[in-house]
Design a binder for this molecule. Structure first.
Ligand code: NAP
Length: 274
């Protein structure tokens, strides 16, 4: 597994996304993923699966220290007391005494506490050793810039939707200048890339599937990691097998430049909460 270095922290370039994984399926998927070689797991308080994620990690024959584990604060847990209480709850559910990364899941709405107040509460958990790194999710460039100024602990990542149909060039430029990792969520466009003709054609040249081309395209970009969700063993294994080939510059550009119709369709689809 290749890793991305960000502000002194090493983050495995492919992680396991766990949104919509629940119950024993979740536990077994996490366990299988770790046994296949994953060392990065992404969950959230809002996914309601932290307990099963923790059980999957415990069931796998892998040291906790070797797993980069991320969770995210739910929308109702943004004031300082709720940050502290909910992180203790997450730790108990996950069966661990520290998080590798704690994110604000979405920017705080105007009627909530200020993002800076949430970040300072997260910083205190870093000081206490309960959280090793902090970051944000779904922050546009201007809010990421504010967050970097408001947090004492370095913001090591912005986790955002990023795939061939979702342009993030401006944010990525900013992240590279400031050594912030861009973590790509929904990197397979929630399955949308699977029958993309350009990805099929490029994949055929390399003996890879369209999903593998989409993931390769992401991790071949400096400062980018991706957290695809998969539930079958075959998909889990396929998504790790993206470090043994390289896209040419022309192929990178071709993937970056899908039709406007496809981009529009996926923009509309991404607005659906399922
Ligand atoms: P995704 O990873 O883009 O796509 C998942 C879909 O692709 C599933 O239907 C999966 O099927 C399929 N798939 C996976 N690998 C495949 C392969 N090799 N070949 C064919 N199909 C494959 O979608 P996502 O779940 O939206 O995003 C991934 C993760 O990002 C989430 O689980 C979550 O951790 C994170 N996320 C974060 C936010 C946020 O606000 N921060 C928002 C959305 C998602 P199977 O399950 O059948 O394998």
């Amino acid at each position: 597994m290749e890793s991305v270095q960000v502000q002194g922290t090493s983050v495995p370039a492919i992680g396991l996304g766990t949104w919509q994984l629940t119950g024993t399926d979740c536990r077994e998927t996490v366990r299988t993923a770790l046994e296949l070689g994953y060392r990065h797991v992404d969950t959230a308080q809002a996914y309601g699966n932290e307990r099963q994620v923790g059980r999957g990690i415990a069931a796998a024959d892998v040291d906790r220290e070797d797993v980069f584990l991320t969770t995210k604060l739910d929308g109702g847990n943004r004031d300082p007391a709720s940050v502290r209480r909910s992180v203790h709850e997450s730790l108990a559910k996950l069966g661990t005494d520290y998080l590798d990364l704690l994110l604000i899941h979405w920017p705080n709405a105007p009627w909530m506490v200020d993002n800076g107040e949430t970040l300072r509460a997260m910083d205190r958990l870093v000081d206490e050793g309960l959280v090793r790194n902090v970051g944000v999710s779904n922050f546009p460039r201007d809010l990421l810039d504010d967050a970097r100024r408001q947090s004492d602990a370095p913001i090591i990542t912005d986790q955002v939707q990023y795939h061939p149909y979702w342009d993030q060039r401006e944010l990525l430029d900013y992240c590279r200048i400031h050594d912030v990792l861009l973590t790509a969520y929904s990197p397979l466009a929630r399955g949308g890339v699977l029958d993309d003709p350009a990805l099929v054609q490029i994949g055929n040249r390399h003996g890879k599937s369209p999903a593998q081309v989409a993931l390769r395209w992401l991790v071949q970009q400096d400062g980018v990691a991706a957290v695809p969700k998969a539930s079958s063993r075959d998909h889990l294994a396929a998504n790790l097998a993206v470090f043994d080939f390289e896209l040419t510059d022309a192929e990178m550009e071709r993937v970056r430049d899908p039709s406007k119709v496809t981009t529009g369709y996926h923009y509309a689809r991404s607005m659906l909460p399922f």
